[in-house]
Design a protein around this ligand. Structure first.
Ligand SMILES: NC(=O)c1ccc[n+]([C@@H]2O[C@H](COP(=O)([O-])OP(=O)(O)OC[C@H]3O[C@@H](n4cnc5c(N)ncnc54)[C@H](O)[C@@H]3O)[C@@H](O)[C@H]2O)c1
Length: 323
C-alpha cells in the first residue's frame, strides 16, 4: 500500500486531537487539522490546545464543519490526503440525551460525509475514534470486541455504534481500510472540561460540591492520553501495510471506582471533596473495563501508565495550568 505522508485529522483542536497532531508532527507527517471549534465547551480552550502546532511548517489548520458535505468535498479537492484519522464528534453521554439530533447529525452524518469524500478521492486508510460506550448493556466484563453491542444506553453510544457500521459498510462497498478504535475514558493534560477528572479537580480546588453517583462504586477504565496517542499511532502504522476492517479496544485494562478516583485527588490536593449524592444517570454505565488482548497482539499496544502515575501527572498539569 502507498506510504502515508499527508494525514487529515478531524477534531484536531480537541483534547485528543491536539495531542495527536503534536505526536504525528514529531513523527514527521504533514498534518491537516480540521475542526469547527464547536461551542460545546469554550472554543478559546481549543485554540489554546493548538498553540503548540499552529506555526509548525508541516501543520495546516482547516476550519470546517463535517456536517457540510460540499465544503468537505472542496477541501478534498484542494488537498491530497493519504489517510484520515476521524476524531471530530459531539461528546458527552448526558449532553447526548438532551440533544440527540445534534449527535446524530455530527457523529453519524458527519462520519458519512467523510467516508464519502474519502471514497470519491480514493483515500483508503481511515481510523475512526469510537467509544467504550458502545458496550452499553453488553454485560460481560472485561469488554471484548467480539461482544454483542446491540444495546447502547445513550444517543452518544448509539451514534458511535452507527458510525462503526457505516465504516464497515464503506469498507465492504468501496475497499476502504478501516480501524475503529474503541477508546476508554481518556484523561491527561487538556482533558475536556466536562469529563469527571477535570470537573472534579476544579470543584475540589474551588471548594464546590461534586455529584457522587450512587454509592461511588461505578468504575471506569481510565486511560492516560499518551497511551491512547501511542495506540492511534500504532494503528496508523498497522493500516499503512494492511487492508483491513478492525474494531480494537484501547484502554488501560484497570478499572478505577469513582470513590477511588476521588480519594486519589484528595490525597494529591490535601483537600476534601464536598460530596452530593445523586442517582447514577440513566445513560451512564456502571463499569467500563477493556480487554486489550487484541490491541496487544495486533498492534503491539502496551499501556505504560498506571492510574496512580497518570493521575499524579494530571494533577501536576492541572495545578500549573490553573495558575
Ligand atoms: N475523551 C474521551 O474519554 C473519549 C472516550 C471515547 C471516545 N472518545 C472520542 O474521541 C474523539 C475525541 O474526543 P475528545 O475528548 O478529544 O473530544 P473534544 O470535544 O475535545 O474534541 C472533539 C473536537 O471535534 C470538534 N468538532 C465537533 N463537532 C464538529 C463538527 N461538526 N465539525 C468539525 N469538528 C467538530 C470539536 O470542536 C472538538 O475540537 C471523539 O470522537 C470522542 O467521541 C473520547
Amino acid at each position: 500500500m502507498a506510504e502515508i505522508r499527508n494525514i487529515l485529522i478531524t477534531g484536531a483542536a480537541g483534547f485528543i486531537g491536539s495531542h495527536l497532531c503534536e505526536r504525528l508532527l514529531e513523527e514527521g507527517y504533514n498534518i491537516y487539522g480540521l475542526d469547527n471549534f464547536d461551542p460545546y465547551y469554550e472554543p478559546s480552550l481549543k485554540r489554546r490546545n493548538l498553540s503548540g502546532v499552529l506555526h509548525h511548517p508541516s501543520f495546516t489548520l482547516i476550519e470546517a464543519d463535517i456536517r457540510e458535505a460540499e465544503r468537505l468535498n472542496a477541501i478534498f479537492e484542494l488537498y491530497s490526503f493519504d489517510a484520515i484519522i476521524h476524531l471530530a464528534a459531539m461528546g458527552g453521554v448526558r449532553h447526548s440525551i438532551l440533544y440527540p439530533k445534534l449527535f446524530a447529525e455530527v457523529n453519524m452524518i458527519g462520519t458519512l460525509n467523510l467516508l464519502e469524500a474519502a471514497k470519491t478521492k480514493g483515500v483508503k486508510p481511515f481510523i475512526f475514534a469510537s467509544s467504550s460506550s458502545v458496550y452499553g448493556k453488553s454485560g460481560k466484563v472485561p469488554f471484548s470486541e467480539t461482544a454483542n453491542v446491540d444495546h447502547p444506553i445513550s444517543p452518544y453510544a448509539a451514534s458511535k455504534k452507527a458510525a462503526e457500521l457505516l465504516c464497515y459498510n464503506w469498507h465492504h462497498l468501496y475497499d476502504l481500510s478501516v480501524i475503529c478504535l474503541r477508546l476508554f475514558s481518556v484523561y491527561g493534560p487538556r482533558q475536556r472540561p466536562d469529563l469527571a477528572i477535570n470537573s472534579f479537580s476544579k470543584n475540589l480546588q474551588a471548594g464546590l460540591p461534586v455529584p457522587v453517583f450512587g454509592d461511588g462504586s461505578s468504575s471506569r477504565d481510565y486511560t492516560y492520553i499518551t497511551d491512547i496517542i501511542q495506540g492511534i499511532y500504532l494503528s496508523l502504522r498497522y493500516i499503512e501495510n494492511h487492508k483491513v476492517f478492525e474494531v480494537i479496544n484501547l484502554g488501560s485494562s484497570e478499572s478505577i471506582s469513582l470513590s477511588a478516583m476521588m480519594a486519589y485527588l484528595e490525597e494529591l490536593s490535601g483537600k476534601q471533596f464536598i460530596r452530593e449524592t445523586q442517582y447514577l444517570p440513566f445513560g451512564d454505565m456502571q463499569i467500563t473495563l477493556a480487554d486489550i488482548s487484541k490491541a496487544r497482539s495486533l498492534l503491539g499496544y502496551e499501556p505504560k501508565l498506571s492510574f496512580r502515575d497518570g493521575i499524579r501527572l494530571w494533577w501536576d498539569w492541572f495545578q500549573s495550568s490553573s495558575q
